[in-house]
Design a binder for this molecule. Structure first.
Ligand code: ADP
Length: 393
């Protein structure tokens, strides 16, 4: 009897132990699962945060590099990688390894002594010439200890180029304005000094004043138009224009000038070719190109204008002459303001040096493209595209 009682007691105790163990194991497993889920959520949150930080840094225009206290890269953005041509694989390497520039590496070292570096300008020479402005700051941890440094690189190359172009432009404009002004001034002085008493000299000097005043007006008109085109302030009055009619108008206007050089003007445009353009601007492009053909083409030669639909919603027009052409090295430059292949000839012809720059900007404003094809001695052909008017598509 007693043994049966002990047996039951032992069985109950074993049952309780087993039950309690199962409970404990289940609780442990649940705890483990909760821990794993928490860890996974934490890792996902960290990854999410990292990706957000990376996207944020990559959206910056400035290059950014973060260094640890021993000068190894811990973080960088796409702009910095593009600037120096290193890949994200370089993270963990030294700054010098990544940027291969001793001056930049020295700046990082300087940050260990000086906590902030402002506006340090650096020129990167080599295949990709760059002008960089660098700002840097030493990083500290919560206890004030050194935690590395952050360097920010601003690419000033384009800005400096634009500044240079602006200075050149101002110098060119001043020069171009001064030339006719000084001729007007000296003609006026000669008249004041007594030449007005001589009817022949009077007529000659007044003609000089008149011619150069016209030249100044032309120059100022061209400059104002270019400024408008540059700032995008020009409103285009787009409408379907018959290309053949527009060309004929330009040729008729310039026929007297062509006659002075015994040149023939040819309109080879087919009927029915329509472009979507501002008629005044289109006529300006055609006039400038035909005028150049007359000025620089061969005396007794031909300036012809042709055109065709390209089939991609564009129309291409071409103004061709049979003059001396344009040397290869000048072909890309003739559309620059004040660039002239032959300065003396351009001035003698009354050119402002802005005609092709205006052509280029007007064509670009219409969403078109302009180019020149030329071989020395074989004439020049200026091509430009304009959108086709809907009817012609
Ligand atoms: P410009 O007022 O000097 O004519 P443009 O901007 O119209 O100014 O032209 C720039 C330069 O390109 C000219 O000075 C000339 O040297 C060259 N050029 C333009 N058109 C022709 C052409 N059809 N044949 C040869 N050279 C040309």
């Amino acid at each position: 009897m007693l043994s049966a009682f002990f047996f039951i007691l032992a069985a109950v105790a074993a049952g309780l132990w087993w039950f309690e163990r199962r409970q404990r194991l289940a609780a442990q497993a649940a705890h483990q699962a909760e821990l794993t889920a928490l860890k996974a959520a934490h890792a996902a949150a960290q990854e999410d945060q990292h990706q957000r930080l990376e996207a944020l840094l990559d959206s910056m225009v400035e290059g950014l590099v973060v260094l640890d206290p021993v000068g190894r890269i811990t973080l960088s953005n796409r702009a910095a990688e593009n600037l120096f041509g290193f890949s994200r694989l370089m993270i963990g390497g030294t700054l010098l390894e990544a940027v291969r520039n001793h001056e930049v590496a020295a700046l990082a070292t300087r940050l260990t002594k000086e906590p902030v570096i402002l506006d340090h300008e650096l020129r990167l020479e080599g295949a990709t010439h760059r002008i960089l402005q660098i700002n840097g700051a030493a990083l500290t941890d919560t206890s004030g200890g050194r935690a590395g440094a952050v360097l920010v690189f601003h690419d000033l190359t384009r800005l400096r180029e634009l500044e240079g172009a602006r200075q050149d432009f101002v110098a060119n404009v001043s020069h171009e304005l001064r030339t006719p002004l000084s001729l007007i001034k000296s003609a006026a002085e000669t008249l004041i000094d007594g030449a007005k008493a001589d009817p022949v000299a009077l007529e000659r000097l007044l003609a000089i004043i008149d011619r150069h005043a016209d030249r100044l007006t032309l120059l100022i008109d061209d400059l104002l138009l270019l400024a408008k085109l540059d700032s995008g302030r020009i409103a285009l009055n787009l409408q379907p224009c018959g290309a053949r009619t527009a060309v004929q108008q330009a040729l008729d206007d310039l026929a007297p000038k062509a006659a002075t050089r015994a040149m023939r003007l040819e309109n080879l445009l087919p009927d029915g070719l329509l472009v979507l353009a501002d008629p005044d601007r289109l006529s300006q492009v055609l006039s400038n190109l035909v005028d150049n053909g007359i000025k620089y083409g061969r005396a007794c030669g031909v300036v012809s204008v042709s055109g065709r639909a390209l089939g991609n919603g564009r129309v291409e027009l071409c103004v061709r002459d049979d003059g001396p052409g344009i040397p290869a090295e000048a072909k890309n430059r003739v559309f620059e303001r004040f660039y002239r292949v032959d300065k003396a000839r351009s001035r003698e012809q009354g050119g402002t040096g802005l005609g092709l720059a205006i052509v280029k900007h007007v064509v670009l404003a219409h969403g078109g493209e302009v180019r020149v094809e030329s071989e020395v001695g074989q004439g020049a052909a200026f091509y430009f595209t304009m959108p086709a008017a809907p009817e012609a598509r």
